[in-house]
Design a binder for this molecule. Structure first.
Ligand code: NAD
Length: 352
């Protein structure tokens, strides 16, 4: 065994079906008296129901969470926290809502309960990406990590099939990069391989039958493991490219991960095939990059950047930005090679 450092994320994780009913008990364990429930406008109804079920432990609902955690929304939410006397937040939703809870916690150190309803994995990380005047900055701080995560399979039953596919691929991307990360360790590698296996087996079943509760449960379990991986290690070229495409070209988050992942993986697989072997195995494929591409195709997910809002003339600028301030990567790269990865993703070519 190689030497390694492993730091366990100090979060309490409750996983199951119908676990939403345990929120009150979790608030008591935290010692919290009144929680503000956070949501997007789309999920406000669910947030209102949850708040009503909490009775006098509810400090109301703030349902203005938005993609990429704009600071203006956080400022409004902080005012709602003060006005309501909340001593805890409950984020009910996907990565956008979890982001708002984290932004509040970073500023106030209020404890957070996160109840994820997508597979994005933000609930398991001490990472916050927020936007101010159109610029997104991402940083890590132990204060950002939620104290309690409640996974309730019931809440994912309504996740539309297209978002299930791309959100699931977004989760897989965390685990793929965890397997070759510079700070990888055997515990997170085990979790990553099993997270990919669980999602790769569940997602095609969800595409056939979105009401398949066993598949939904397996997918959510996979998302938990992949989120744990994202929180534990440092991301590389794939996440860098997605941050560039999302931050500077406004491409949609989960779709961008879905399209770029096979190409970034195939590029790195050439340098570290042994580290990508668990991905190929989990996918039942010869090669990791090809297997990821074939999975996305099976799911009917987007395969080309051209189809999710990217313009071909932007590829050069994207490559420039990616190499200007690169993340560590297991394979060194030139600007031309990064352009090649982006060009393959733009055209949706199956990796060799
Ligand atoms: P999202 O949270 O933006 O949700 C997309 C839409 O789907 C929203 O309208 C939401 O209300 C709706 N939705 C969520 N769950 C649903 C359900 N079960 N049924 C029906 N509709 C549902 O999307 P996301 O992909 O989960 O999150 C993306 C954001 O999270 C990005 O801003 C990304 O940067 C961030 N993120 C952060 C981290 C981190 O560790 N900091 C990790 C992953 C993603």
């Amino acid at each position: 065994m190689q030497p390694f450092v492993y730091v366990g994320a100090p979060a309490r994780v409750v996983f199951g079906t119908g676990t939403l009913s345990q929120v009150g008990a979790e608030l008591e364990l935290l010692g919290a008296k009144k929680a503000l429930v956070l949501a997007t406008p789309f999920q406000e109804g669910d947030a209102q129901k949850l708040a009503a079920s909490l009775g006098d432990k509810s400090a109301g609902v703030f349902a203005k969470a938005a993609m990429h955690t704009p600071v203006e929304v956080t400022d409004d939410a902080l005012a709602a926290v003060s006005a309501s006397g909340a001593d805890c937040t409950i984020a009910l939703g996907g990565g956008s809502t979890a982001g708002l809870g984290k932004a509040i916690a970073w500023r106030t150190d209020l404890p957070q309960i996160v109840i994820p309803t997508t597979y994005a994995g933000s609930e398991m990380t001490p990472i916050l990406g927020e936007t101010k005047e159109g610029l997104k900055t991402t940083f890590k701080d132990p204060k950002i990590l939620p104290e309690v995560v409640i996974y309730d399979v019931d809440l994912t039953m309504s996740l539309p099939q297209a978002l299930s596919a791309t959100s699931g691929m977004n989760a897989i991307a965390h685990a793929v990069e965890a397997l070759y990360a510079k700070d990888r360790n055997p515990i997170i590698s085990l979790a990553s391989a099993d997270g990919i296996r669980a999602l790769a087996s569940a997602l095609p079943k969800i595409m056939q039958d979105p009401a398949d509760s066993q598949a939904r449960s397996d997918a959510l379990y996979g998302a938990f493991l992949c989120g744990m991986a994202l929180g534990a290690i440092t991301m590389a070229l794939h996440h860098k490219l997605c941050h560039v495409l999302g931050g500077s070209f406004d491409l949609p988050h989960a779709e961008t991960h879905t399209v770029v992942l096979p190409h970034a993986t195939a590029f790195n697989e050439q340098a570290v095939p042994e580290l990508m072997a668990p991905v190929a195995k989990a996918l039942g494929a010869q090669k990791a990059g090809q297997g990821l591409y074939d999975l996305a195709r099976t799911l009917g997910a987007p395969l080309r950047l051209a189809d999710i809002g990217m313009k071909e003339e932007g590829l050069g600028r994207a490559a420039d930005i990616a190499v200007a301030n690169p993340y560590w990567n297991p394979r060194s790269f030139t600007r031309g090679e990064v352009f090649g990865v982006l060009d393959n993703a733009f055209h949706g070519r199956r990796p060799e």
